[in-house]
Design a protein around this ligand. Structure first.
Ligand code: GLN
Length: 249
């Protein structure tokens, strides 16, 4: 699987002559660069392989940038800095498995969704938590500023422990510092597969949609991105990228 991903990436790099090199923009002028703010701690959407940031979002945005005749440059930062980066113009787009929320829509505009996702609950083996309702009064680990963080705030009597990285919340669960972690389903699957003694609760916590954030009012860029996304959906390329990183259940 990993080998396949590497081969596929190499093929995309070879074919496109763009992207895949997150740092270089030598042969391109500043105006041709599409700067993507992300938090590369969120497999399979964005994560490090060596010094490269790869994943579903990185691949989708490489394709979108190609459609726009631009070169993608990825800037890694804390998840809760991404919207500020887009607003200040430090980045053109925020792409980080970012859920469309009303609150965020007050500061940024979102593209059409490119995937649906779920918030799930990770538990330690032997947990007494059997349903989402059982989270009442429990200590919940979340990643700072994520929808998991926001939803945890609605759980009656819960104590919320916030971590900079989703993986740190999972570590806290393994160490017994929190009773559960609320996080997106695909990263949850990756973290559970990498650690013994934890599992995902059958019942989902919430359904959501991921989209690309641009600065509020940047309709020119937003329209171009939506057109590019529509092309990727129609051609099957979008699904191909998703299937490359997520094996069918
Ligand atoms: N989907 C969640 C959110 O938008 C988490 C994203 C992330 O941690 N990268 O808040």
């Amino acid at each position: 699987m990993k080998k396949l991903v590497v081969i596929a990436l190499a093929a995309i790099c070879a074919l496109s002559l763009f992207g895949c090199d997150n740092s270089s923009k030598e042969e391109k002028t500043e105006g041709d660069t599409l700067v993507m703010a992300t938090n590369a701690e969120f497999p399979p959407y964005e994560y490090y392989e060596g010094s490269d940031i790869i994943g579903i979002d990185a691949d989708i945005m490489t394709e979108v940038a190609n459609e726009l005749g631009m070169t993608l440059k990825i800037e890694d930062m804390a998840f809760d800095s991404i919207i500020a980066a887009v607003k200040s113009g430090k980045a053109d787009v925020g792409v980080a498995g970012m859920t469309i929320t009303e609150d965020r829509q007050a500061s940024v505009d979102f593209s059409d969704p490119y995937t649906t996702a779920r918030q799930v609950v990770i538990l330690k083996d032997g947990s007494e938590i059997k349903t989402v309702d059982d989270l009442e009064g429990k200590t919940i680990g979340v990643q700072l500023g994520t929808t998991g963080d926001i939803y945890a705030g609605d759980v009656e009597g819960a104590t919320i422990e916030r971590y900079n990285k989703g993986y740190e919340a999972v570590q806290a669960l393994l160490q017994g510092k929190v009773d559960c972690v609320i996080i997106d389903n695909e990263p949850a699957k990756v973290f559970v597969s990498q650690n013994e003694g934890i599992y995902i609760l059958d019942e989902d916590f919430a359904l959501e949609e991921y989209a690309i954030a641009v600065d509020k009012g940047n309709t020119e860029l937003l329209t171009k991105i939506n057109d590019a996304l529509a092309k990727l959906k129609d051609s099957g390329k979008l699904q191909e990228i998703i299937d490359k990183y997520i094996s069918a259940e």
